[in-house]
Write a protein that binds this ligand. Structure first.
Ligand SMILES: *[C@@H]1O[C@H](CO)[C@@H](O)[C@H](O)[C@H]1NC(C)=O
Ligand SMILES: *[C@@H]1O[C@H](CO)[C@@H](O)[C@H](O)[C@H]1NC(C)=O
Ligand SMILES: *[C@@H]1O[C@H](CO)[C@@H](O)[C@H](O)[C@H]1NC(C)=O
Length: 466
């Protein structure tokens, strides 16, 4: 019994063992079959033949003293963003780099007429491009962008994406500004003995360029230079400078900031047309002052926080704010004159200055006439009062009544005189109000015209020069 059990168990173990072995073998067999399937592809053979013993670190030249020439180009797709505060321009597009790889040449007839291959940049040599003034990572591996290689050894690589780089902005003429920014493409590792760039075109490729709402590209420039740095005096480093010249489309700023300001400044003029009795003269001026400060806040948000440059629009708003403040003061002076009352007569010099100089100058004939009439009436009454025959020429009807009303008449005269003085002050206030109106009209129109002329000249000359 025991022996039979032992026999059976050993048999079982044997069967199991065999089963496992055959399973393993089966797997091996299928693996082999897959591998042999791949072997049929000539492309596989070609890649194997090219990349065995290929070291991606070695420059692709048989003669090591030769330089590798990389032809480079940039195709602009869109201006992504210009951050005025941080002074960063982000553009999207792609670089095209082409070079000759002497180790990747083959005879197409030997490999089933395959004339080109696509290879992973991790496996072959690349010029390791870097953005020298990048605002993001300087080095991007770009390993998702594969490389097309022809049988003649020509390799083409087109890494793309968003390129953000620093750019010194000149905000003096904001929002009528033109900016120019330069992207520095270089290879961080090679000097000009080992690698050189060649630019095929002296401008960007703009075939797929998409218009931007705020910026208009009016010029592009590509420049190649072997740059020498102070700290490595015997070496030169190849760099390509991609410069982009952009002009701000200022319609937005004109519509939403300048136009409201101009309108407000004309409303400001109305403070001088408002009658002083309405009591709203100063209120209106102060409201406009507040509105201007709100606009100034909006502009300040857009402009970089620097004191190097004060943008023209901020100066413009400041100017208008100053004018508004002045106009509030002027209105207060006018109100003061208007409500001067009858206590004091206006001084002679003020009268003659206002009625004889200002009123004719400002074409306020009515005021001059009023004044001369008043003067005439004054002299008449004076002569009337002073003439001794006055009482005599009065009819002799009621002498007692006459004497009775003497005091009444005196107070009436007094009243009339006071009324006249008040009236005179009011007239003076009116004339001065008018003077302020004209002055401020001039002050508002002057920079307006200047701005229009400036915007026109600046834009035309800029585009003509460059
Ligand atoms: C390698 O290139 C250099 C310069 O192009 C040349 O002077 C030199 O003769 C070349 N060497 C060989 C072995 O071809
Ligand atoms: C390759 O092209 C040549 C000429 O075009 C032709 O004669 C040859 O048959 C082609 N070979 C293959 C494998 O297709
Ligand atoms: C640069 O490329 C142009 C045209 O592709 C070619 O004529 C020129 O010789 C190249 N320059 C260098 C230094 O390789």
């Amino acid at each position: 019994m025991r022996t039979s059990v032992a026999l059976l168990s050993s048999l079982l173990i044997l069967v199991l063992f065999e089963g496992v072995c055959s399973m393993k073998k089966g797997r091996k067999k299928t693996k082999n079959r897959e591998k042999s399937k791949v072997h049929f592809s000539t492309e596989y053979d070609l890649v194997q033949d090219l990349l065995t013993n290929y070291d991606p670190i070695v420059r692709p030249r048989y003669n090591s003293s030769e330089t590798v020439v990389v032809r480079i180009r940039f195709s602009l797709q869109q201006i992504y963003d210009l951050d005025e505060k941080r002074q960063i321009l982000a553009i999207s597009g792609w670089l095209t780099a082409e070079w000759l790889d002497e180790f990747l040449m083959w005879d197409p007839e030997e490999y089933g007429n395959i004339s080109s291959l696509v290879l992973d940049p991790r496996h072959i040599w690349t010029p390791s491009l870097a953005i020298g003034n990048s605002a993001d990572r300087m080095f991007q591996t770009y390993r998702h962008f594969w490389i097309t290689v022809r049988s003649t050894g020509e390799a083409r690589w087109q890494p793309g994406g968003t390129f953000a780089f620093t750019c010194a902005l000149d905000m003096n003429y904001y929002p009528f500004d033109n900016q120019y920014c330069t992207m520095e493409v270089e290879t961080w590792h090679y000097n000009s003995e080992k690698l050189q760039f060649n630019i095929s075109k002296h401008e960007f490729g703009l075939e797929t360029y998409l218009q931007h709402g705020e910026w208009e590209v009016y010029k592009t420039l590509v420049r190649y230079e072997n740059v020498e740095y102070k700290y490595y005096q015997d070496e030169q480093f190849p760099e390509v400078f991609f410069s982009i010249f952009i002009r701000r489309k200022y319609t937005f700023y004109f519509m939403y900031i300048l136009l409201p300001c101009i309108m407000l400044s004309f409303v400001l003029l109305m403070t001088f047309l408002l009658p002083a009795d309405s009591g709203e003269k100063v209120n209106l001026g102060v409201s406009i002052l507040v509105a201007f400060s709100v606009f100034l806040l909006i502009v300040a948000e857009k402009v970089p926080d620097t004191s190097d440059a004060v943008p023209i629009i901020a100066i413009y708003l400041m100017y208008f704010m100053a004018i508004t403040a002045l106009s509030v003061m002027a209105s207060t002076i006018v109100l003061k004159l208007h409500f001067k009352g009858s206590e004091k007569k206006p001084p002679k010099w003020l009268q003659s200055f206002v009625f004889d100089c200002l009123a004719p100058l400002l074409c306020q004939k009515s005021h001059t006439h009023w004044h001369t009439k008043q003067q005439l009436r004054n002299s008449i009454t004076m002569t009337f009062v002073s003439s001794p025959s006055e009482n005599e020429c009065k009819p002799m009807k009621e002498v007692c009544a006459c004497s009775e009303t003497e005091s009444e008449r005196g107070s009436a005269d007094e009243k009339a005189k006071r009324e006249k003085i008040t009236q005179e002050w009011k007239k003076i206030a009116e004339v001065i109000d008018h003077l302020f109106f004209c002055t401020f009209l001039f002050l508002i129109i002057l920079p307006l015209g200047g701005l229009v002329v400036f915007a026109h000249i600046f834009h035309t000359t800029e585009s003509d020069i460059k």
